[in-house]
Write a protein that binds this ligand. Structure first.
Ligand code: ATP
Length: 141
């Protein structure tokens, strides 16, 4: 059995990650899924959340929103609608997106697309959480 996973994270814009890693955690349809080499094959939808992967004791983080992941025993392929590495997140933009969503939910106009605004709020919150991890890549001792 392989002792690493070949991880690819692809968005419509670019190939964001192509690395051999030790573990991957993804926001699957039924909650966060931790994947180690040798995992049973599966396909899952991705929600709005955080992807993390560990490589030689260092963990990297990305914000993700929607898509699919295919897990094989030695390979994880993520096709994401949007994904950003923690260090690439524009914090001001995410703060503005969150403020706009917060305000729309507070005003609750009759024609408000409630679900769409809640998703926008969640995307912005996750981006802020993941951005806060930039420069704080955790290293196991
Ligand atoms: P906004 O209202 O700021 O556009 P959004 O949640 O509506 O946010 P999305 O539709 O999820 O934006 O994403 C559109 C594109 O912009 C994607 O390529 C996504 O990766 C990128 N993106 C969105 N917000 C940020 C951010 N804060 N930092 C970096 N890239 C971002």
């Amino acid at each position: 059995m392989a002792d690493t996973l070949h991880l690819q994270i692809i968005t419509p814009d670019k190939l964001l990650v192509r690395e051999d890693v030790d573990t991957v955690q993804i926001p699957g349809k039924n909650g966060y899924l931790g994947i180690l080499p040798g995992h049973a094959p599966l396909i899952t939808e991705l929600m709005i959340g955080e992807i993390s992967y560990t490589q030689g004791g260092t963990t990297q983080y990305l914000a993700v929103a929607w898509g699919f992941a295919e897990v094989l025993s030695d390979k994880v392929t993520i096709l994401a609608d949007t994904a950003e590495r923690s260090e690439d997140i524009d914090v001001q933009r995410a703060q503005e997106a969150k403020a706009k969503a917060d305000e729309a939910l507070r005003q609750a106009a009759p024609d408000l697309d409630y679900a769409a605004v809640q998703y926008a709020q969640r995307r912005a919150e996750v981006r802020l959480e993941v951005a806060a991890r930039a420069g704080h890549a955790t290293t196991a001792h």
